[in-house]
Ligand binder design. Structure first.
Ligand code: AMP
Length: 280
């Protein structure tokens, strides 16, 4: 594996691999790797000739400066994990490489970006959409891999790639979980032992939603209330939202008859976690 921190060197490596006839994969990340990230990398490894991982803690998508400052960073550990997962090129740009002249152009995906995560974290999706559009343009990959754990982000990225005719195929990858059900997240390491135990309530609430849906409940409000009841029984959880929405638009629905997604965001101490589950 080669680690590069300039766009020129990255493009040199990708260009050579393309000339040799390889398909190119990219896995955009913010580092602090866990099994979720590694699953994306291994999938990319299986499907493509050259695997690029980008590691950039993008300042413009953090609406909370403390969250940015406290975001876990460990480059040496990440590089070794990426190498073990079969990554060919690790791109670790400094902010000056990505934003050399500040930034006057912003990619805003209206509608989807305003709801749920967008409502709770103003400006977050403009930061994500802009940096992902840049990274997709920088790498020029055939396929880009994104986790369904960040479901709303995935919809934002699908939409921007459609709207801006970005030729990279967007490949969704199912959520990877700890053995107790907690969705893996770089932020989990910031949970205290008690908060870590409590955080499993999110996946339990989602499992309840799924059970109700599978048993024939179609009323979205009934399912949302059931999730809320599970969450409110956990004193360490402070719920931001627990909702049933349209999986493509993230708008709340009345009935799950036409497909629905249960989505939860909750704080444990100062750590905000999200998770979701398709109901049909
Ligand atoms: P991040 O470094 O948190 O920005 O995540 C980089 C990529 O990994 C995104 O596409 C995430 O959706 C994906 N990802 C993060 N956690 C998981 C997980 N538990 N399962 C699957 N994919 C994940």
């Amino acid at each position: 594996m080669e680690t590069v921190d300039t766009i020129d060197r990255l493009r040199g490596g990708v260009g050579a691999a393309k000339l040799a006839g390889n398909t190119i994969a990219v896995v955009p990340t913010m580092g602090a790797f866990h099994e979720g990230h590694l699953t994306l990398m291994r999938r990319a490894r299986q499907e493509c000739g050259l695997v690029v991982v980008t590691l950039f803690v993008n300042p413009t998508q953090f609406n909370n400066p403390e969250d940015f400052r406290k975001y876990p960073r460990d480059m040496a550990r990440d590089a070794s994990m990426a190498q073990d997962a079969g990554v060919d090129l690790l791109f670790t740009p400094k902010p000056e490489e990505i934003y050399p002249a500040g930034f006057n152009t912003t990619v805003t995906v209206s509608g989807i970006s305003d709801r749920l995560e967008g409502a709770s974290r103003p400006g977050h999706f403009a930061g994500v959409a802009t940096v992902v559009a840049k990274l997709l343009n920088i790498v020029g990959a055939d396929r880009a891999y994104f986790g369904e754990k960040d479901w709303q982000q995935l919809q934002v990225i699908k939409r921007l790639s459609l709207d801006l005719n970005i030729p990279t195929a967007i490949v969704p990858v199912p959520t990877v979980r700890e053995s107790d059900g907690l969705a893996m997240s770089s932020r989990n390491v910031r949970l205290s032992p008690d908060e870590r135990k409590a955080a499993v309530v999110i996946s339990r609430a989602l499992a309840d939603a799924k059970r109700l849906a599978d048993a024939g409940t179609t009323d979205a409000a009934v399912i949302a209330m059931a999730m809320q009841a599970v969450l409110s029984a956990e004193p360490l959880a402070r719920v931001d939202y627990a909702v049933v929405v349209n999986p493509a638009t993230l708008e709340e629905v009345d009935t799950i008859d036409h497909g629905a997604l249960a989505a939860i965001a909750a704080y444990f101490g100062s750590v905000r976690l999200i998770d979701n589950c398709l109901l049909s």
